[in-house]
Design a protein around this ligand. Structure first.
Ligand SMILES: *Cc1c(COP(=O)(O)O)cnc(C)c1O
Length: 379
């Protein structure tokens, strides 16, 4: 079976983790510092903090948005549960927004129509590593005085109008989960527009203390400053990320080769009207996080999934839209509320994509999609 994803772990990752295991095991050790600098440098960010997951980065952002019960957060329904949980945990009312089916990202025009005087946060995501239209969301946020929390879990290394994806949001949250482009098993990061938010976040993620300042020698003792939690990853995991980020371009180029091969190979099927390929807006440079196809119907998508499984291809689908999942229904949503999200999520299939896929496996996957349609690929 060709797996859906497979992290690229080399001797370098093992070497760094072994080195870390000899030293400081908790958070904010030397590898955390190195990985953070690399992340800032490789993406072109102004600042960043490593976190124990993107989920925790989103929770940190939600805490800093100072949400009060009843405040409204506009977010896509086509996303992972963590985007919603971060705000639900703070008592926010979740306002699910439609997607633009060309990118599967939150549709700015639909979001604008959902703004009320309770709107506190807009939380777009960068689906498949293709940046959301952040300028459009910032324009809306400015009008209603809302913050932007960008769920950039999938878009490490992507660019928006040549700028690092996430740099134009109040908060942007990245993921280094095993299934993402750069991995630390479980892990994430957050970047901030405001220096004041960065300093508060440093305290929140260290159990509400100024221990980070203490480690840097800026204070001679540390103490409890405010409410907080534990959002730092172990230095052993930061060592793993450090190696991954030193291999940033290598991993990106490998993934891009697979993505581009799919995109070129499936053009003929799209031209025949059999499927729709991903659309990359002019403003975007993506990071080859995920390759997906939109089939003609839910039935056809499910048939293709089953067919690929018989061919040894580990294709998958996601997401069950949040608004029609049990927790969404419990909040009063109905399937019909977001028809585009329902339809397109049902028609979407994701093909295996990882950085050391063999050419034989790649052509087997392409050929299998072709043979599902009774066609032969010309490669
Ligand atoms: C992966 C992902 C997350 C969660 O990231 P973790 O690091 O596993 O917490 C959140 N949102 C989106 C859109 C994701 O793809």
């Amino acid at each position: 079976m060709i797996p859906f994803c497979r992290p690229s772990i080399t001797e370098l990752e093992k070497e760094y983790m072994a080195e870390a295991a000899q030293g400081k095991l908790c958070g904010d050790g030397p590898f955390t510092a190195r990985a953070t600098s690399l992340l800032i440098e490789k993406q072109g960010l102004n600042n960043a903090l490593l976190t124990s997951s993107c989920t925790h980065a989103l929770e940190l952002a939600a805490l800093l948005c100072d949400i009060k019960p009843g405040d409204e957060v506009i977010l896509p329904s086509f996303t992972f549960s963590s985007t919603a949980n971060a705000f639900l945990l703070r008592g926010a009312k979740l306002v699910f927004c439609e997607i633009d089916p060309r990118t599967m990202n939150m549709d700015p025009a639909a979001a604008e129509a959902l703004v009320t005087d309770r709107t506190t946060v807009l939380a777009p995501i960068d689906y498949a590593g293709v940046p959301c239209d952040i300028d459009a969301f910032n324009a809306i946020a400015k009008k209603c005085n809302a913050k932007i929390v960008q769920d950039a879990a999938q878009s490490v290394g992507s660019k928006y109008k040549g700028r690092a994806c996430g740099i134009d949001a109040d908060f942007a949250c990245y993921s280094f989960h095993e299934t993402k482009n750069y991995v630390m098993g479980e892990g994430g990061a957050i970047t901030f527009k405001s220096e004041a938010d960065l300093h508060q976040a440093e305290i929140i993620r260290e159990k509400g203390t100024d221990r980070s300042k203490f480690y840097r020698g800026e204070v001679d003792k540390y103490s409890w400053q405010r409410s907080g939690s534990s959002f730092l990853p172990s230095d052993i995991l930061a060592a793993l990320l450090c190696a991954q980020l030193e291999r940033f371009d290598e991993i990106m180029n490998d993934r891009m080769h697979v993505w581009n091969t799919y995109q070129t190979s499936f053009k003929a099927l799209e031209d025949e009207g059999l499927l729709v390929r991903p659309f990359i807006p002019d403003y975007a440079e993506h990071n080859a996080h995920c390759y997906y196809l939109i089939l003609g119907s839910l039935q056809e998508r499910n048939d293709l999934l089953d067919y690929l499984r018989t061919k040894g291809v580990g294709a998958v689908f996601h997401y069950i839209p949040l608004h029609s999942a049990p927790a969404g229904v419990a909040q009063g949503y109905k399937k019909e509320d977001l028809p585009l999200t329902e339809e397109y999520s049902g028609r979407l299939i994701r093909l295996p994509l990882f950085s050391n896929m063999s050419e034989a496996d790649l052509s087997h996957i392409v050929n299998s999609v072709y043979s599902f349609f009774g066609k032969v690929a010309i490669l």
